[in-house]
Design a protein around this ligand. Structure first.
Ligand code: TXA
Ligand code: MG
Length: 358
């Protein structure tokens, strides 16, 4: 099939495709989603096939307003309601017990459902016009970084879906925060732009954190509760190594020195033009001379003092590394405060947890 590119003026046509059981990728404030009718088993099957995704990995259902959640769940606990009122539309996904109308095919066989109201005007109108909850995993092929521009979706899924609703580059660049509200204590399953601090303020208590987000390993029997978090996600083709330091003082200088040492020693096996260093605007001067002299690619992720600039660029830069045939990525690590927790979660996954402590 030929994948069509839709713009704002084609929302009605895109909505008709969803209603008819077809697939349309849609923009959100986090990453692009791959949309289909969330109440239709057959659409769910098509989504898994288009992404090449294991069908035990449940889908998020996107709604255009809070009221649309009620038919999809057994009940809405008071605290979940409070969170929706505080953060929707926005980058927060809530897990609740599902109602009968949500097919098990959409939830990977679970009796819970993930719900989110995205903060993007075009998509809110799309959902409203389609008149159904829109199932939407990130619109990438399974295993590659989530798409932050329509061109990324086209690269991964052209020929596999009916259309892409293009609304330019997304803002945040990493997927929504996922909070499980189906258990006794709210539990964070995936960090995102709604931070632990934000959630704590509204809930009046700090949520539990899935142990795998805190470095507990699957080899040791810790299985992430969000099934999707167990796959090698967001991964570039290159081998990626993160250089992290917990020390505040002279941290940046030490990290850059250790990256230079690594290049001299272990990095010798790689052609220089196949190596990329990922760094921040504030620290790029540490690498510039070496990169120019040796022909190493330098990629600036964003500003340390504006972590959102880093989440915004991360997946695009990982894709650029793939396209440039990069074989080794050496990256600085950053603070895990606030949205830094989400940034570092994705960076660690991209690195397959290969971290060198400095
Ligand atoms: O920002 C986002 O959330 C994007 C945009 C498109 O909305 N969507 C997204 O979907 O990231 P996806 O499918 O790539 O990631 C959804 C995650 C997966 O890790 C999945 O396992 C988890 O949510 N999930 C979905 N339903 C769940 C459930 N009932 N219980 C636990 N985890 C669930
Ligand atoms: Mg995904």
């Amino acid at each position: 099939m030929e994948t069509r590119i839709f713009s704002k003026k084609d929302i009605e046509e895109a909505a008709q495709i969803l209603k008819a059981g077809g697939l349309v990728a849609f923009p959100t404030e986090t990453v692009y989603g791959l949309g289909g009718n969330g109440l239709d088993k057959e659409a769910a099957r098509k989504i898994y096939a288009a992404k090449g995704r294991p069908s035990d990995n449940p889908l998020i259902l996107h709604v255009s307003k809070m009221e649309e959640v009620y038919p999809l769940v057994e009940s809405v606990p008071e605290k979940a309601k409070l969170l929706m009122e505080s953060f929707w539309p926005g980058p927060l996904t809530l897990i609740l017990k599902k109602s009968k109308i949500v097919p098990l095919e959409s939830t990977g066989g679970l009796d819970t459902v993930a719900l989110r109201c995205p903060d993007n005007g075009v998509t809110l109108e799309l959902i409203e016009r389609a008149g159904l909850p829109v199932a939407g995993p990130s619109a990438n092929l399974s295993g590659s970084p989530s798409p932050t521009e329509a061109s990324h979706v086209y690269h991964d899924l052209s020929g596999r879906i009916e259309g892409i609703l293009d609304d330019g580059a997304v803002g945040i660049g990493v997927e929504s925060t996922i909070l499980d509200m189906s258990t006794d204590r709210p539990t964070l399953l995936r960090p995102g732009a709604i931070t632990l601090e934000d959630l704590t303020e509204v809930l009046g208590e700090k949520p539990e954190i899935d142990p795998t987000l805190l470095g507990k390993k699957m080899e040791d029997g810790f299985i992430p509760k969000a099934p999707g978090m167990k796959y090698r996600h967001y991964a570039p083709k290159a081998e990626m190594i993160l250089f992290c330091s917990s020390e505040e003082k002279e941290h940046e200088y030490k990290v850059s020195k250790r990256i230079a040492e690594y290049l001299e020693e272990e990095g010798r096996g790689f052609p220089r033009e196949k190596i990329a260093i990922l760094c921040a605007e504030e620290t790029k001067h540490f690498y510039q001379e070496m990169a120019e002299k040796e022909g190493i690619i330098l990629k600036v992720l964003g500003r340390r003092d504006e972590p959102l600039s880093m989440t915004h660029n991360l997946f695009r830069i990982l894709r650029e590394c793939d396209e440039g045939g990069i074989e080794l990525i050496l990256s600085e690590g950053y603070s895990e405060e606030g949205i830094g927790f989400a940034l570092m979660n994705r960076m660690k996954k991209a690195a397959g947890q290969k971290i060198i402590a400095v």
